[in-house]
Write a protein that binds this ligand. Structure first.
Ligand SMILES: Cc1cc2nc3c(=O)[nH]c(=O)nc-3n(C[C@H](O)[C@H](O)[C@H](O)COP(=O)(O)OP(=O)(O)OC[C@H]3O[C@@H](n4cnc5c(N)ncnc54)[C@H](O)[C@@H]3O)c2cc1C
Ligand code: SF4
Length: 511
């Protein structure tokens, strides 16, 4: 007796053979796999053109691979202009499938919407846990329960111990859990950039590039498709991981926080793009990095730094956001409501750090962590920009941005708008930090050491005024280190900083 087919739904960021073959155990010739280039997606907000190329090209490559393995694949192309919901319900009906099986979507809104419309359509739901997380949601809830101030560091050590990652018996390899102190070097003067990994566009990608050029005209996307070279297949993603381990991992740790006008990528992996599409699993990235350490190819501070990013920050942010008791889409603890300055969208500003980083994002759909946190996020927080407008900016422009990861990072970590749920302190700094970690300030029209006067660095003015404004409110308890520096300021200096801030606010578009 032939069994009734299931509809195996693969979302655009679930392009993993492990999911299809092992988690959902799709049966070639019996089950039907469905993938949808949703019309809802591009209409939701204007994205970076390269992001749309990435998503659709990766989806089409994955569908082709599945067909090559003998699976029956229904693939809805964007030009069919179908709503996601209709595509799923109609395809299930066309194949007589009464059950829709899928891996638990990472995006909450998708999860809610999917459950709702499948139930309304009378379809049975078979939702499977995502095997790529090191910690299952229930297990994270147990870890979190009763903790007054959950910290990434504690969670990270727990994951390392439980999974035996970089452990020698019960002790951390290299004798320390955290090698951050060695990981704060600026680039040397003679820093020679490594050309980034490129996956040259094949025929499938070329076709999508043309489609997206057309969409550009109708939807007004951001950025250009020119130069697109991100991984769009499993083979590309594996090659990107190998490239990182071979050429970048050795210096990853030491220069993790360094910024320069001369290098868009430093020694960063750019692997978030493939990881967030599930073209790579976090486990294989960790395994490859640890194997390089065990071969003696890379130092402990680099491998530990990398491992911390993936099993520490990435997992922690996901689980913490899932457990947030409020609503991440609306929370705004500091009541910041100023519109995001226009230069975020144009790169048109005299502030050299922001000019370089925003132009880099508009060009590549990427900038590294410290540029996101200490340049783009830092300025928006000090200026008092609406955190949700900033979130939309990141979400639209970054190739690795999806709601589950971008929102806790922007709204939580960088803007402290969740009241400190994911971050222990507001990440604020004056121009002095940017000057120490980059070569941006040297030729800037502003001076990072000055807080007042026409050439004062806006970061520096806004930093001190942020501290003055929060000196006596509950936020001060999270900023004791920063406030220490404020104690030396006289009343006159404080008044001059406040006055300079008032001027900056009137000329934000001319800064
Ligand atoms: C304001 C802001 C916005 C961000 N938006 C995103 C986003 O939309 N998508 C995204 O994947 N990451 C985001 N991050 C986290 C981090 O900046 C990126 O993951 C990282 O820069 C990606 O580049 P990479 O692959 O070269 O990272 P690497 O420096 O090579 O790090 C290795 C990996 O660690 C993981 N990682 C490190 N930190 C985090 C983190 N805080 N959250 C999640 N993963 C992390 C990523 O998967 C990354 O690929 C954001 C951080 C900030 C401060
Ligand atoms: S001086 Fe200030 S605005 Fe100019 S590059 Fe440095 S931090 Fe940025």
């Amino acid at each position: 007796m032939p069994t009734e087919p299931r509809l195996i739904l693969i979302l655009g960021d679930q392009l993993s053979h492990t999911y299809v073959a092992e988690t959902l155990v799709a049966v070639p010739g019996a089950d039907v796999v469905l993938m949808v280039e949703s019309a809802d997606f591009v209409k939701r907000q204007p994205y970076h053109a390269k992001k749309i190329v990435l998503l659709w090209s990766a989806m089409r490559h994955f569908a082709a691979e599945l067909r090559g393995l003998g699976y029956a694949v229904e693939y809805v192309r964007q030009e069919e202009n179908r709503r996601f919901k209709d595509a799923v319900v109609d395809t299930a009906a066309a194949h007589g499938a009464k059950t829709v099986a899928f891996v638990r979507p990472r995006e909450r809104a998708t999860r809610r919407g999917l459950h709702k419309f499948l139930s309304e359509a009378g379809l049975a739901i078979a939702e499977h846990p995502d095997p790529f997380w090191y910690t299952a949601p229930e297990s994270f809830a147990t870890w979190l329960a009763g903790r007054k101030s959950p910290k990434m560091e504690d969670y990270y050590r727990d994951v390392r111990k439980r999974n035996g990652i970089l452990m020698v018996g019960n002790l951390p390899a290299g004798g320390e859990w955290n090698h951050d102190k060695q990981n704060r070097k600026p680039f040397p003067k003679k820093h020679a950039p490594i050309p980034p990994f490129r996956a040259e566009p094949d025929e499938i990608t070329q076709e999508i590039i043309e489609v997206v050029r057309g969409l550009h005209l109708s939807f007004g996307l951001y950025g250009a498709v020119n130069g697109f070279a991100s991984p769009v297949s499993r083979a590309d993603a594996e090659a990107a991981l190998t490239f990182f381990v071979l050429y970048c991992l050795r210096d990853f740790g030491a220069y993790e926080d360094a910024m320069t006008t001369r290098d868009d990528f430093g020694f960063h992996s750019l692997l978030s793009i493939a990881l967030n599409l599930s073209l790579l699993s976090p486990r294989e990235c960790i395994d490859a990095a640890v194997a390089a350490y065990e071969r003696g190819d890379v130092p402990i501070n680099s491998v530990e730094g990398f491992v911390r990013q993936i099993i520490g920050w990435r997992e922690f942010m996901y689980h913490m956001a899932e457990s947030f008791p409020g609503d991440y889409q609306t929370t705004n603890t500091l009541n910041h409501t100023r519109p995001l300055p226009a230069f975020y969208w144009t790169g048109d500003t005299k502030m050299r750090c922001l000019r370089h980083v925003t132009r880099r994002v508009l060009e590549n759909g990427y900038s590294h962590h410290i540029e996101r946190l200490m340049v783009l996020g830092n300025f928006a927080l000090l200026y008092g920009a609406n955190p949700h407008e900033l979130n939309k900016w990141f979400w639209s422009l970054y190739l690795d941005a999806y709601e589950w990861v971008v929102t806790p990072n922007v709204v939580g970590m960088s803007q402290f708008a969740d009241g400190g749920w994911v971050a222990t302190k507001p990440y604020v700094s004056s121009g002095a930090y940017i000057d120490r970690m980059s070569d941006y300030c040297g030729d800037c029209v502003y001076n990072p050491k000055e807080a007042t006067g026409d050439t004062a660095c806006p970061f520096t003015t806004l930093y001190w005024s942020f501290l003055i404004e929060h000196e006596s409110d509950p936020l001060s308890q999270r900023m004791t280190q920063n406030l220490f520096g404020l104690r030396g300021k006289t009343d006159e200096e404080r008044a001059a900083i406040t006055a300079r801030k008032a001027v900056l606010l009137t000329m934000i578009d001319d800064l």
